[in-house]
Design a protein around this ligand. Structure first.
Ligand SMILES: Cc1cc2nc3c(=O)[nH]c(=O)nc-3n(C[C@H](O)[C@H](O)[C@H](O)COP(=O)(O)O)c2cc1C
Length: 139
């Protein structure tokens, strides 16, 4: 069965606390385990970058909930594609906290990624990480 993989970026609510981040992560893993969704969530202190993969219906439902979630704004889909296999089969949702600077962020992600993640996915992840490291706060 074909799966859908979506990559998006967003801006965290400005007063987001560590507790909020932990709540997001916990509920994401719980929901995703039931919904057959896997992926990773990168947070660099101001912006999110998330890859979600699963059955098309489940992904569309999640996108609907994400768009409504006031803990972030500026939700923007950067990539959407059909895939044959999951890139993160063992991650119901892995949270990777990174530094704001691109090179440090890239190093942290490289350390965390399983060797099995395809190079094309790694490359997309690095491009998106660079993008969020360059994004500025809205005035
Ligand atoms: C940055 C971010 C990432 C999230 N990732 C997920 C996720 O992977 N899976 C999920 O079910 N909910 C995720 N959520 C939470 C959803 O937006 C939503 O609150 C949750 O699915 C519960 O929805 P409900 O209250 O309508 O049941 C995320 C929220 C944020 C802000």
């Amino acid at each position: 069965m074909k799966l859908t993989s979506v990559t998006y970026t967003s801006l965290a609510r400005l007063d987001l606390q560590t507790d909020d981040l932990e709540d997001i992560h916990r509920s994401a893993r719980e929901h995703n385990a039931l919904d057959g969704i896997t992926g990773l969530l990168v947070f660099n202190g101001t912006h999110f970058l998330q890859i979600i993969e699963g059955a098309e219906d489940a992904i569309e439902d999640l996108i609907g909930r994400l768009r409504q979630d006031t803990r972030h704004t500026g939700f923007e889909i950067r990539d959407r594609r059909k895939v044959e296999a999951r890139s993160f089969p063992d991650w119901a949702m892995e949270l990777v906290r990174v530094k704001a600077g691109y090179f440090e962020a890239r190093e942290t992600i490289t350390d965390r990624l399983p060797d099995s993640v395809p190079e094309a996915i790694q490359a997309r992840l690095f491009r998106m990480t660079e993008l969020i490291s360059r994004m500025e706060f809205p005035n």
